[in-house]
Design a protein around this ligand. Structure first.
Ligand code: 4AD
Ligand code: MG
Length: 462
């Protein structure tokens, strides 16, 4: 029996073929006197294949009813294309129609805005732009796994439901099976979580790092790659409530090893996409971010700039640039600062390290100056923060002191502290926001458009 061939293979075939079977969705149909041209796409690549349906087909009257969005199977000959931009087309011997889409199919052949397409997120992957974006997303996931696998990192699956708050920022979604209308109460009026599903309060994780660290203390080099959840009520183009994060963790590593790994990973992944998604990238270079390919080549070819937080503040102070928030030592850098450094000052990615301890998470290693921690952020043009990481505080006493200072519940972290009790070693890691990497690689400006079904404040359709 004849097997289906994907359009990507047909279009790159070495030679013509007497009989092929293709399946896909109609993009357009044009009728001539004795035949019709049907542009078919099956999602395997950006390009459509042109099918020629002659009027001697037994169901030609139905073929002439094929609309945009209809689905079909075509048996025919792969022949050299006479006109057109493509090498091959298919002359149909047989067309099986699966479904004729009614005229209200929302993706008629015209330009649609991103806002409109977001309202039909379940159909948008059938457009050129979103098809390309999500093929790239798939390839980028593979690149991440390949990068770490080739370096001997083990892939660890950390839990999504958690009893601890990794970032201590209190931006967590609660998980409960209690009756919200009538929760069980303690005598003091507080909710009695001992009666909840897990017997205590539970949340969706904001990061797999704490669990990841435990596995680095056993397997050496590990990484996670999974969904994370943040109830940040910030309606920006760079924040989603559900996003995917990659978190490597290395035993016997310091902040400099961490920066090297981050830079190598970004450059490897960008190169992988340039090498493997050229056709899809070209679309983004043409229609979404002119100059995208030059920007990406620049990332592959040139090392990242590296400065301390204190140096970054000095650069911005001396710049004469008007910032909304005045740069001063101690501020939590805003997107405007991050973008100024990467886009305007360095014109390439820059890694900023040694941030004031007050603005960073509890697990980061205190530097000898007593006022900064061994944290590093990778800032990139167009986006700002792409990666956040640090060398971890491996000294038991220093870490416990910090946990107490911050008023965190020490008991909740006793398992985490065990790693500092039993064979503690210097270690470091980081978190890469996968959607932000997608934005960097495609030039797409809104995080809602690089994840299939975005979850953001007041929006959970599909
Ligand atoms: O800087 P963050 O908060 O770091 C951590 O979570 C650490 N535990 C990582 C680690 O050291 N293992 O988040 C890491 C990255 C950010 O740099 C950003 O790219 C992305 O995650 N990110 C978000 N992406 C989309 N939407 C959000 N709401 C995000 N919050 C963070
Ligand atoms: Mg961060």
């Amino acid at each position: 029996m004849l097997k289906r061939t994907k359009i990507v293979s047909l279009l790159s075939a070495a030679d013509t073929m007497p009989e092929v079977l293709l399946k896909g969705w109609v993009r357009t149909r044009r009728d001539a006197k004795d035949f019709s041209f049907i542009e078919v796409n099956d999602g395997s690549c950006l390009k459509n294949i042109q099918v020629i349906a002659n009027n001697n087909l037994p169901n030609y009257d139905m073929v002439k009813k094929l609309t945009t969005g209809s689905s079909l199977a075509v048996k025919g000959a792969l022949v050299e294309s006479k006109g057109g931009s493509q090498k091959y087309e298919v002359v149909a011997n047989e067309i099986e129609i699966y479904d004729i889409a009614p005229d209200d199919f929302p993706l008629q052949k015209k330009k649609h805005t991103d806002e409109y397409l977001r309202s039909i997120a379940h159909l948008r992957p059938r457009t050129n732009k979103y098809g390309a974006a999500f093929r790239i997303r798939s390839e980028l996931s593979y690149a991440i796994h390949k990068f770490f696998h080739d370096r001997g990192f083990r892939y660890v699956h950390t839990p999504l439901i958690t009893g601890s708050d990794c970032e201590g920022a209190g931006e967590m979604f609660q998980v409960t099976t209690l009756d919200l209308k009538n929760p069980p109460k303690l005598p003091n009026g507080e909710i009695d979580y001992s009666q909840d599903f897990f017997g205590k309060e539970a949340h969706l994780t904001v990061s797999g790092q704490l669990n990841g660290e435990m596995y680095a203390m056993a397997l050496g080099d590990i990484y996670t790659f999974g969904p994370t959840f943040r109830a940040e009520n910030s309606n920006t183009t760079r924040h989603a409530a559900e996003f995917w994060m990659i978190e490597p963790e290395m035993a016997f590593a310091d902040i400099y090893d961490d920066m090297d790994l981050a830079e190598d990973m970004v450059r490897f992944c960008v190169k992988h996409i340039m090498d493997n998604c050229a056709e899809d990238l070209e679309l983004f270079n043409k229609f979404v971010e002119p100059g995208l390919l030059d920007k990406l080549q620049n990332i592959v070819d040139n090392g990242f700039a590296r400065i301390t937080y204190a140096e970054a503040i000095e650069i911005m102070k001396k710049s004469g640039h008007k910032f909304e928030y005045t740069p001063e030592f101690g501020i939590d850098m805003q997107t405007e600062h991050e973008r100024y450094l990467a886009e305007v000052h360095f014109k390439r990615p820059v890694i900023v390290r040694d941030y004031p301890k007050e603005i960073k998470a509890f697990y980061m290693r205190l530097n000898d100056d007593g006022r900064t921690v061994a944290a590093m952020d990778v800032l990139v043009p167009g986006i700002g923060e792409l990666i956040g990481g640090s060398q971890r505080e491996e000294r038991y006493d220093v870490l416990v002191k910090k946990i107490r200072e911050l008023g965190m519940h020490e008991d909740d972290y006793s398992w985490y502290l065990d790693s500092r009790r039993y064979g503690s070693v210097p270690h470091a890691g980081f978190g890469l926001g996968f959607e932000r990497m997608m934005m960097l690689v495609t030039g797409i400006g809104n995080i809602r458009d690089v994840i299939p079904f975005p979850r953001t404040p007041k929006s959970i359709n599909f």
